[in-house]
Write a protein of this length. Structure first.
Length: 507
């Protein structure tokens, strides 16, 4: 112990203990180590002295009148002027629940009371050696540090501080609860993330808030307050810049899918009042030990993301991370259920669900809907000649060609085997036939890298509603299938359209 005493000068220690007997024992233990002891007999007195005297260390009994040790500890650790002071909690109970709550309120150590308070001196010595920043602690000599104003009577009004702390904790708990409830809001990942960004933007008071999903390479942008077009474009550009380093090497911003949640009135034409980005803050969201997403916020105010905002972000970081992780995992599970494993297009079952929805929508609003059925020509011969692995590679390559040739609103699916389907909402049969011809030509010109340098072609059948006279969605499929059969009969590698009202007719 003598060696340790040489490293740490005698310090001023505040002891809060309501028992006179225990106070004498504690004073004796600490006095033997050369420390000056300040005494408080209840929780309120302890808080008042801590603010007035700025001790080097505080020893708190848990069970005290007026305010218990847990409350004193939380109050001191929550104030920037006393948060650095090490705190030791004393209790006559050796229960794990006492230790848990003591440490959760911010206490640095926990000592169980005994007749001679075994371990207290060593614990004090350890904390004084480590200090608030890990270095050796030197006594402050009483009062506040140089450059700090001593608190006035209002500043050390303990009850007011308790009320302020309770208000802030209630506010923080309410925010956490609002964010946590989003986990059960919707099965749609986009809706959940949009709602989460809305809550965060309200709490932080930023203009544009976004979250980037790293593995999915998706950026969701929420515009919370009115901004100019240049501001929005700059915010999106900066968000893409900070997102790119988190992606795989060689990735480019063009690979990132961007979704924007914004009322049309919030992004307006630029004017003198439009403003520019003065502050930007990013926060990595982690789950299961690795970064899954990046939260980014921008503001027109230069001091938008101050200490209080960063403190609040620290509090909501975990619930936000949980919402984001659950949303992306749920979306991943949902995609597995509706996606073909080989082509990454929609599978047969989900295609029929979407077809039924789109057909009902076209019927209700008297709009147009077209369907293209696609089949690889002589695919059995390709499998027999080159093997099923080469056949799978051709199917995957075909899916890629189709995806590049259709719009985002169009629905591409693997219908079965080597057959694909494309559903085109709000599209008449003439336009659908042009799309089909474009897909056919793209496949004809695509290098499928067959071992014998052979080529691959497809046949396509097109059906359009209401032109074909289908009364339900299954009939639309039948008409497109019949047109595909006609394309095969016509020599393959061509496009044919379906019959109109039961009469063979080329549109």
């Amino acid at each position: 112990m003598e060696a340790s005493r040489e490293n740490v000068s005698p310090c001023r220690i505040l002891v809060a203990e309501d028992s006179p007997t225990q106070r004498r024992i504690i004073m004796s233990v600490l006095a033997q180590e050369g420390h000056e002891v300040l005494l408080a007999s209840d929780g309120i007195e302890a808080v008042t002295q801590a603010f007035q005297e700025a001790p080097d260390l505080v020893v708190l009994d848990i069970e005290m009148p007026k305010m218990n040790g847990y409350q004193v500890c939380r109050l001191l650790k929550d104030d920037c002027r006393t948060a650095h002071i090490p705190i030791i909690m004393l209790t006559s109970k050796a229960q794990e629940t006492d230790k848990f709550w003591g440490l959760k309120t911010g206490a640095d150590r926990y000592v169980t009371k005994s007749f001679k308070l075994t371990g207290l001196a060593a614990t004090v010595q350890e904390l004084l050696e480590s200090g608030p920043a890990g270095g050796v602690l030197t006594p402050q000599g009483g009062g506040f540090q140089a450059g700090q104003e001593p608190p006035d009577d209002q500043d050390i009004d303990v009850l007011s501080r308790v009320n302020e702390l309770l208000d802030r904790k209630l506010y923080e708990a309410t925010i956490i609860n609002e964010i946590s409830k989003l986990n059960t809001l919707s099965e749609d990942c986009g809706i959940t993330l949009s709602s989460m960004l809305t809550v965060v933007a309200k709490v932080i008071e930023c203009h544009v808030c976004s979250v980037f999903l790293i593995e999915e390479a998706e950026l969701f942008i929420h515009v919370h307050d009115q901004v100019g077009r240049r501001y929005f474009d700059e915010a999106r550009r900066r968000m893409l810049e900070v997102a790119l380093p988190l992606m795989r090497p060689g990735s480019s911003p063009s690979q990132i899918k961007v979704s924007v949640d914004s009322e049309p009135s919030l992004v307006r034409e630029d004017s003198q009042e439009s403003g520019s980005i003065k502050s930007m803050l990013t926060l990595e969201l982690k789950a299961r030990g690795h970064t899954i997403a990046l939260l980014a916020l921008t503001s027109k105010s230069a001091d938008a993301f101050n200490h209080n905002v960063r403190r609040l972000l620290d509090i909501i970081e975990y619930p936000v991370s949980l919402v984001v992780d659950n949303a992306r995992l749920h979306e991943g599970t949902r995609k597995l259920a509706i996606t073909d494993g080989l082509t990454r297009l929609y599978n047969h079952r989900h295609f029929y669900e979407l077809l039924e929805q789109e057909f009902q929508r076209a019927t209700r609003y008297e709009s147009k809907l077209s369907l293209i059925m696609i089949d690889i020509d002589s695919f059995k011969l390709i499998n027999d000649t080159h093997g099923h692995q080469v056949g799978d590679e051709i199917i995957m390559a075909l899916a890629g060609v189709i995806s590049r040739e259709v719009r985002d609103v169009d629905i591409a699916a693997r219908y079965g085997g080597e057959e694909m389907a494309v559903l085109l909402p709000q599209t008449g049969i003439r336009q659908a036939k042009a799309v089909a011809e474009r897909i056919r030509a793209a496949v004809e010109n695509h290098d499928f890298s067959l071992p014998d340098r052979g080529t691959v072609s497809i046949s396509l059948g097109v059906a359009g509603f209401p032109e074909c006279g289908a009364s339900n969605y299954t009939m639309l499929v039948q008409v497109a299938d019949a047109a595909l059969y006609e394309a095969k009969k016509a020599g393959k590698n061509c496009v044919r359209t379906g019959k109109c009202h039961g009469t063979a007719k080329e549109i």
